[in-house]
Write a protein that binds this ligand. Structure first.
Ligand SMILES: C[S@@+](CC[C@H](N)C(=O)[O-])C[C@H]1O[C@@H](n2cnc3c(N)ncnc32)[C@H](O)[C@@H]1O
Length: 286
């Protein structure tokens, strides 16, 4: 069967998981076509491995996330390996990565020799993305799970970047004398299982999703503000749950009065990011 025949056959199935984007991705994956136009250029070629493709189609049509089926996910500008041990990268996290990159440039310059820590790195996306841009930086990626770190290490290799991977509970792998300039984190922040989409609940790692109370990991990371672990000038960049602004504001105002912070919205207008900054002389970081 050709790609053209399969493309139209799959569209006719009207399966909610096999949307156009999933069909294109599955066919591109089979032919190792990096871009959609490569698939179009080979539209009348025979499918490369139809047996495997059909197995993948069946799994996706039964609700298994496409990224786990093909073993990779797209993040900002490139592909990363994923397995069911790691969270599938989300669009909200792409926004965090790009905005944090811009803030780092503003605070530290374009080629800074800074220390960046990505806490709860999962597939490694945030740390690897920043290391690819800030080549002179020292990037530490941490996670509590060995299996997760193995995927992140595989991604660092594939992206040809050197990352300092460390296993441990939240801030525990960061040493006191380290003098960290940037902390970026998308920690687990879901408190209530009933708010989670059933496909996510069934297939994605609960270790990556849930926290009780849901602010617990933010509080843990913020506790570094009062230590010598951070440099005099620093940036903390967090992804947060859309309903967490008030609780986090209360924590900051009661424990870290006077620190500069701001919440930012995602493209849907929801409060999804928290930035905490210590930057002498700068009153606002855009
Ligand atoms: C929401 S996921 C984020 C993964 C990745 N940074 C991303 O944005 O896609 C949270 C990650 O934190 C890790 N994690 C959970 N509890 C942790 C802990 N106590 N200490 C360190 N990492 C933890 C999970 O294994 C998971 O990889």
């Amino acid at each position: 069967m050709t790609y053209r025949e399969k493309y139209f056959q799959l569209q006719k199935l009207n399966n909610k998981y096999l949307n156009l984007s999933a069909i294109k991705t599955l066919l591109q994956h089979d032919g190792n076509f990096k871009e959609f136009f490569n698939l179009i250029n080979h539209f009348d070629d025979e499918i490369n491995d139809e047996k495997t493709l059909d197995e993948y189609i069946l799994r996706v049509s039964n609700g298994e996330p496409l990224q786990y089926v093909i073993g990779e996910a797209y993040f900002v500008n490139s592909n990363y390996y994923v397995t069911p041990d790691v969270l599938i990268p989300r669009q909200e996290t792409e926004e965090l990565a790009v905005a944090t990159l811009k803030m780092i440039v503003k605070m530290f310059g374009k080629e800074p020799k800074i220390k960046i820590v990505d806490i709860g790195t999962g597939s490694g996306i945030l740390g690897i993305y920043l290391k690819e841009y800030f080549k002179n930086s020292h990037v530490i990626c941490t996670d509590i799970s060995e299996k997760v770190l193995q995927i992140a290490e595989k991604n660092a290799k594939a992206h040809n970047v050197e990352i300092d991977f460390r296993k441990g509970d939240m801030i525990e792998p960061i040493k006191e004398e380290e003098k960290v300039d940037v902390i970026i984190s998308n920690p687990p922040y879901i408190g209530d299982k009933s708010t989670v989409d059933p496909q996510t609940l069934k297939y994605e790692p609960h270790l990556a999703l849930f926290a009780s109370p849901k602010t617990k990991y933010y509080e843990k990371i913020m506790s570094l503000i009062d230590t010598f672990v951070l440099n005099d000038k620093f940036l903390m960049a967090f992804e947060i749950g859309e309903d967490m602004k008030d609780e986090l504001t209360h924590i900051i105002e009661s424990k870290y009065k006077g620190i500069m912070y701001k919440f930012e919205k995602d493209i849907y207008g929801k409060d999804r990011y928290l930035y905490i900054v210590k930057n002498e002389g700068i009153t606002y970081v855009a």
